[in-house]
Design a protein around this ligand. Structure first.
Ligand code: GLU
Length: 426
């Protein structure tokens, strides 16, 4: 078993812990470890916004580009009051490994703005988004760095970003992905991350020889990822026994009717009060008696102080970095199977890639083509990771090995550094 990580680490130290495990297994040179454990570029910008009441407020934003050896930097932009440079740095590196695992021609990046988007008017939010894009516009580009949605941002935000960038550089739909469909967004992009989580869950159950119908699933998060994952998992035939969002959750051991829950949520703005279900706190969903736990909200929700309370034998990481390195290590020792974020939530960036290619070719795919290619690419990437894991590794280690070795291969081919390591991935 690997050495135990410290109980607490910052998000970027945690992400680097996983990377360094792969670097050791792959016997990477010190130069490559130095190159890949830090980002290529970090941009920190002020975003002055004239508020509706006439006041000027200055927000803080970031864009971190981790590695671009395999192609243009790619990754979402998060609007969250606690967004910070260390977390954005961690998430940018996870994008590098994620795009490599699913073998799409992108590097890894992430952006963040310290703001609670729900506390701003639509006009304020639009001005903030436009100024952020203007202030990072010199480092993004259709073949340079392509943002996308993440926590607190959505298709509407991407539409504003595309428009703001287009005013400076001319019409450029491929500058962002996750746009509204009338502006060049791909069919299936909104549902893609949640759908991908269900594909990965279906493949896992098949590998384990488990029946879908007998599988009880608990989901933390009912935003874009969690709600679409719930839909797609219910369609697989599994029983969703608990769901939560920031305000609280609901449980029903006999299974929640997901379409009816969605309707209730749309009407009332909350999960609680759903007929036939009992209320619970949003944290308690993590400790639910279930077969599969899907953290689909914030990062680092399973950590040194609560991992022991998790009952599920299988965790599918729909959120980015929801399990700290320490908790991951302890859960692995206890025999809990964790399907890592860099595979489990890669459906989003895969359909972002489809969107980018559609924009560049000025050609639109049908919904069924998006769905078929998503399923094929995600399932074949998963199979590659399972093959590596069959050598006696947890899935996360296997995923990092495949992702890191692909990036190293590109770094070597470009002549940036040499490792002497033979690539794992064809
Ligand atoms: N924010 C998503 C992620 O973490 C999607 C990124 C993208 O589509 O570029 O994977």
């Amino acid at each position: 078993m690997d050495q135990a990580p410290p109980r607490t680490m910052t998000a970027s130290e945690g992400a680097n812990w996983f990377f360094r495990g792969a670097a050791t297994r792959l016997d990477l040179s010190d130069d490559l470890v130095t190159l890949l454990s830090a980002p290529y570029r970090e941009l920190h910008v002020q975003i002055p916004v004239r508020m509706d009441n006439g006041e000027l407020r200055v927000f803080t934003g970031f864009r971190v580009q981790h590695n671009g050896a395999r192609g243009p930097y790619k990754g979402g932009i998060r609007f969250h009051p606690e967004a910070n440079l260390d977390e954005v740095r961690a998430l940018a590196s996870l994008m590098t490994w994620k795009t490599a695992i699913v073998d799409i021609p992108f590097g890894g990046a992430k952006g963040g703005v310290q703001v609670d988007p729900r506390a701003l008017s639509v006009g304020e939010l639009q001005r903030l988004t436009r100024t952020y894009v203007e202030n990072i516009s010199h480092i993004i580009g259709v073949y340079r760095d392509i943002p996308a949605p993440d926590m607190g941002t959505d298709a509407r935000t991407m539409g504003w970003m595309m428009d703001a960038y287009g005013k400076m550089h001319g019409h450029s739909p491929a500058i962002v992905t996750g746009k509204p469909i009338p502006m060049g967004g791909s069919r299936g992009r909104t549902e893609a991350t949640g759908k991908g989580v269900a594909i990965v869950l279906g493949d896992t159950l098949q590998n384990l020889g488990r029946s879908r119908l007998a599988t009880r699933v608990a989901i933390q998060g009912f935003g874009n990822v969690g709600s679409h994952a719930a839909d797609a998992i219910a369609e697989l035939g599994c029983r969703i026994v608990a769901v939560s969002d920031v305000a609280g959750g609901v449980r029903n051991p006999d299974g929640l009717d997901v379409p009816a829950l969605r309707e209730h949520f749309a009407r009332t703005g909350r999960l609680e009060g759903f007929p036939g279900a009992t209320s619970m706190s949003s944290e308690d969903v993590l400790y639910e008696d279930c077969d599969v736990l899907i953290p689909a909200a914030l990062g680092e929700v399973i950590h040194a102080d609560n991992w022991e309370r998790v009952q599920a034998p299988l965790i599918i990481e729909a959120a980015n970095h929801p399990v700290t390195a320490y908790a991951d290590h302890q859960l692995a020792q206890r025999g809990v199977m964790v399907v890592p974020d860099i595979l489990a939530n890669a459906g989003g960036v895969l359909v972002s890639y489809f969107e980018w290619t559609q924009n560049i070719q000025q050609h639109r795919w049908t919904a069924s083509r998006v769905e078929t290619e998503l399923e094929e690419l995600l399932s074949s990437s998963y199979a590659e990771i399972c093959a590596r894991a069959a050598e006696g590794l947890p899935l996360r280690s296997a995923a990092f090995d495949v992702g890191v070795s692909r990036v190293v291969e590109a770094v070597e081919i470009r002549g940036i550094a040499s490792s002497g390591v033979e690539s794992l991935a064809a």
